[in-house]
Design a protein. Structure first.
Length: 1000
């Protein structure tokens, strides 16, 4: 029943404000809200009043009494009734026109009211247009009076096509005749169209067009990543538009949800435009708007509904998915809070709409009312709404590091996922490809490389694809899950942190080593985080994977001849092997996703990302709080890295994800988690062994991904190499476990050069990129190799082969008279060789040795680089001299068996006529080297040795001045250092000058 008292009050209020709040604007051909036809002059107290009265059933004099003004051209009740009758004023989309909902919203709009106040208390039952921004945009689209800038699309993005199979969502695209006639293609940006049978589109009265890789043309790298049915959640595509299908005025675009995979309830359209024959966008950006999650309110703001939603979030019985036709979906054990963050703050933080929350609730068997209550609870949470479902968490991009820590997880947005990998280079070198972008002054110290602000052409997983598809409760049983160390420690951490202030959490980290060690039930700070991380040996590296594998049936594992493994109890003598079954892989990968979600819950929910500098690390390995960055996942170790399908014991091609089982998706997901580890916690110059990043695996999978896509991600390779060098440059010297390492601080795959060299062990023979790189690519690669060579030459060869922690042990020349002194630096390098002077290259090493040994890789590369003329002569010569110094191949008293000097390109011209001048620097460990200019020289190189006979390693390349200051590698030992210079010309490098020496 119509509330007559409220209507009467509204009518009196509008009449009393006659002539107030009038908003003048130019006339339009059809001015829908200018009810009295007063030349486009809109008034809440005239036009709004007439509309409300008409909706309430007022006719004749009762309709127009006191409302008609001298300027009104439409003055009779009949004219007013006829005009209103030709329009549709269903503002909230519930297929009815109600004075207390639609009429009230229009009146507020005419008063200039926007935001939540526009719709508060004015949405009808079953309203489908509820978001304030959507409502405002719809009002603008049908206004027609020029009251506000006209929008082309009738609603704000996203367009959500959510619900049961068959759900349709229509929007109106208002076009000019020129726009309609010039449109050749409809451009779309979609979120979560992950399989070819999921979505269809219809334009006006045209036929339904399935959205798949046949009908839709992918944009940018989207097809490379598989398009629809591939690896990416957010896609850009376009479809053809038949001539005459679009018309001037309103055009209806309808989207349909065709088929579910029992994981998805639909998809979003987050961008739209029309393209002309040149591929240019026709509609200006001002024709579209995005809904703002910060302005959203819940369906209800009552305490009762919010509390009911909170209870449902924690306890509601859920189904696995929608009931299939003629059947009932099974119940599941997990609750909403089990798969998401405990409080559900992730849904508000990442901008999931009320509609999305309600429809997902219905997907899991709850009612409309229950969904509304959950949405009301989520909206009430004291959390920023800064992310979007399609913006991948932690996606890097400009300005990220300047945002508050609690906005880091929102990422830089999908628009900062580059279409061209090489565009990353301009962000690394904004002022040109110069050494100063990488190094601290004219030293060999690397700058801290920020992985947060540099965008990449690689789309990280969205939040949907962090969430587990099946909870461990339902995969392995609740009793088992709750008794694993992971689950126990997660609950323990929540208990320890809940209610603590930021200052108290800082103190909690400061007391990390306060007598409560690993394994204690209430360990503090980093101890507690490590206990939850890799430090649970009985829990398969802390991930729970090892124990979970033994709960899978035998048929879940690789049964191919020669690949079977015995299955015994966890930590016994047997191995399960790799999972080679879709359902088994789904359970294991979901377990890993659960852990990533809960890591996010703890780090972001309790503000731990800023706590690195407060950690008390006494007795807990090499982590140094003084080197910790301002934001990081504290104590995560390599748990993010280990979330990859490969390190989750899944066999190749089995992803455990509904994205599909194939080699490409397997490599994509592995690369994605490796990239996230690099962003969340690359080690902060406190890395050790294979933590926080296993650089060998990372480079290997990046190379594999390049081969699968035939797309050289050269700039992303560069980021890995730069960050590795940064991480290894921690003042601990060359040392595999926690210092400079050839795996950590190497150029395994930098810029695609290495991958393009034929590898006998693998058979890969693509050489195109290394044969003819662009001039800019060659410049970048040369600079990277230059600073790498300068860094490794900053140490003496003896330091490469001695076991030290920051300082070298004395002992003289390690080569003559027997085995080298000291031990290999903390052992082998990832199963291969780190730096052993007695290591001898052989003609036919095993494939395993060749693939793991840095020396063999260097041997292959240097031959290729010499043949191709990749580097300037000084660098090729310096590279060969350095390799001869660290890998001479001396066994016992024999002469060196390795010949690296064959890779030199020789010298040209004459040596500088005089030795350089050397003097003590301003600090105890510095030496000043200066030289006289040489006619015709373009630049100079500086070399240093600790023996008059060498080897002389180049410590500075291409200096254009006349001096260089070096920090000597072993100061205070009374060692004598010898210095030489050479010149560079267009023809090559000159011979060495005479030597000058100094003792330091």
């Amino acid at each position: 029943m119509l509330n007559r008292h409220l209507l009467s009050s509204l009518t009196r209020s509008l009449t009393a404000s006659l002539a107030a709040l009038c908003l003048a604007s130019p006339a339009a051909a059809l001015c829908n809200f200018d009810i009295d036809d007063s030349n486009g002059t809109l008034s809440a107290s005239v036009d709004g009043l007439l509309l409300v009265r008409h909706m309430a059933g007022f006719r004749g004099d009762r309709l127009i009494d006191g409302a008609i003004q001298p300027s009104s051209k439409r003055r009779t009740a009949t004219d007013i009734q006829t005009f209103i009758g030709t329009q549709v004023f269903d503002i909230d989309g519930n297929r009815t026109e109600d004075p207390l909902t639609d009429g009230l919203i229009i009146t507020r709009y005419l008063q200039g009211i926007t935001g939540p106040a526009l719709v508060k208390g004015a949405l009808g039952k079953n309203a489908t247009r509820t978001d304030p921004t959507d409502v405002l945009n719809y009002l603008k689209s049908i206004d027609g009076c020029g009251n506000t800038p006209s929008l082309v699309l009738s609603q704000a993005f996203p367009i959500e096509v959510f619900g049961e199979v068959g759900t349709e969502k229509s929007v109106t695209l208002s076009l000019t005749a020129a726009q309609a006639s010039s449109a050749q293609r409809l451009w779309l940006q979609t979120h979560n169209i992950r399989y070819a049978t999921k979505a269809s589109i219809k334009i006006n009265g045209g036929a339904w067009l399935p959205l798949n890789n046949t009908n839709a043309q992918m944009v940018g790298t989207n097809l490379t990543y598989g398009g629809i049915g591939g690896s990416l959640a957010t896609l850009k595509m376009s479809i053809p538009v038949a001539a005459g299908l679009l018309t001037e005025g309103s055009n209806t675009i309808t989207f349909k949800f065709n088929e579910t995979n029992n994981v998805s309830m639909g998809y979003r359209v987050i961008g739209m435009n029309l393209l002309n024959s040149s591929g240019d966008r026709i509609i200006p950006a001002s024709g579209f708007t995005q809904s703002d999650p910060a302005s959203w309110t819940g369906p209800s703001t009552t305490t009762a509904d919010i509390n009911a939603g909170k209870a449902l979030w924690a306890t509601a019985q859920l189904k696995a998915h929608f009931d299939p036709p003629g059947n009932t979906a099974p119940n599941i054990i997990a609750k909403c809070a089990d798969c998401h963050t405990a409080t559900g703050f992730d849904l508000k933080y990442f901008g999931y709409s009320n509609n999305a929350i309600i429809e997902r609730s219905k997907f899991h068997g709850l009612s409309q009312t229950q969904g509304e209550q959950i949405a009301s609870y989520i909206r009430s949470l004291p959390v920023k709404a800064v992310g979007r479902p399609w913006n991948p968490p932690y996606q890097p991009g400009p300005g990220t590091s300047s945002k508050p820590n609690d906005e880091w997880a929102a990422g830089a947005g999908i628009d900062n996922v580059l279409d061209d990998d090489w565009d990353t280079i301009q962000h690394i070198f904004p002022n040109g490809i110069k050494r100063e972008a990488l190094m601290v002054g004219d030293t060999t110290k690397f700058k801290r490389f920020d992985t947060h602000d540099v965008p990449i052409a690689f789309q990280l997983p969205d939040w949907n694809h962090w969430l587990p598809e099946v909870h461990p409760y339902d995969a392995f049983g609740k009793t088992w899950a709750e008794n694993t160390p992971n689950f126990k420690q997660y609950e323990n951490l929540k208990t320890l942190l809940t209610g603590k202030t930021e200052a108290q959490i800082q103190e909690w980290f400061r007391t990390s080593n306060n007598g409560e060690g690993r394994g204690k039930p209430f360990a503090r700070g980093l101890w507690a985080m490590l206990q939850w991380g890799q430090e649970s040996p009985d829990d398969g590296g802390g991930m729970g994977v090892e124990q979970a594998l033994f709960r899978l049936p035998p048929e879940a594992f690789d049964q191919r001849p020669g690949n079977q493994r015995t299955r015994t109890v966890p930590n016994g003598s047997g191995e399960t092997g790799r999972v080679r079954q879709t359902e088994g892989a789904r359970k294991i990968y979901s377990l890993v996703q659960w852990r990533m979600t809960k890591q996010f819950d703890i780090h972001e929910g309790f503000g731990l990302t800023s706590m690195g500098p407060y950690v008390n690390t006494g007795g807990m390995g090499p982590f140094r709080a003084d080197l910790a960055g301002p934001r990081m996942w504290v104590g995560a170790n390599r748990s993010v890295f280990d979330a990859s399908p490969f390190l989750s014991a899944l066999d190749y091609e089995f992803t455990g994800s509904s994205s599909g089982d194939n080699a490409f998706n397997f490599d994509y997901l592995s690369n994605a988690w490796y990239q996230l580890q690099l962003i969340l916690n690359p080690g902060h110059r406190s890395a050790y062994d294979h933590s926080a990043v296993d650089w060998g695996y990372a480079h290997g999978f990046l190379s594999g991904f390049n081969r699968l896509t035939d797309m050289k991600q050269s700039a992303r390779n560069l980021i890995w190499s730069l960050k590795g060098m940064d991480e290894g440059d921690n003042d601990r010297g060359p040392n595999r476990s926690d210092g400079w390492s050839f795996r950590r601080g190497g150029m395994d795959s930098a810029l695609g050069f290495v991958d393009d060299i034929p590898q006998p062990a693998t058979g890969y023979t693509s050489r195109a990129w290394v044969v003819s790189p662009t001039a800019e690519a060659k410049q970048v690669h040369t600079l990277l190799r230059q600073v790498w060579l300068e860094k490794v030459a900053s140490w003496l060869p003896i330091q490469m082969s001695q076991y030290t922690q920051g300082e070298a042990l004395e002992g003289g020349n390690p080569y003559p008279g027997g085995p080298f002194l000291g031990n290999p630096k903390s052992g082998d390098e990832d199963g291969g060789i780190f730096n052993r002077p007695d290591f001898v290259l052989t003609a036919s090493p095993s494939p395993e040795t060749r693939s793991r040994s840095f020396a063999y890789g260097t041997d292959t590369m240097m031959l290729e680089y010499k043949q191709r003329g990749t580097y300037p002569a000084a660098m090729q010569n310096g590279y060969a001299t350095w390799a001869q110094a660290v890998w001479p191949g001396i066994v016992g008293n024999a002469a060196p068996q390795n010949d690296w000097l064959k890779y030199r390109v020789g010298t040209v011209g004459t040596a500088p006529s005089s030795a350089p001048l050397v003097s003590a620097g301003t600090t105890a460990n510095s030496v000043n080297v200066s030289w006289s200019s040489v006619a015709g020289a373009q630049s100079y190189n500086v070399k240093r040795a600790d023996s008059p006979s060498g080897p002389f390693l180049t410590i500075a390349y291409f200096r254009t001045g006349s001096s260089y200051t070096e920090t000597v590698p072993m100061a205070g030992t009374g060692r004598t250092y010898y210095y030489r210079t050479t010149t560079n010309t267009a023809a090559g490098e000159s011979p060495d000058s005479a030597s000058a020496s100094i003792q330091r």
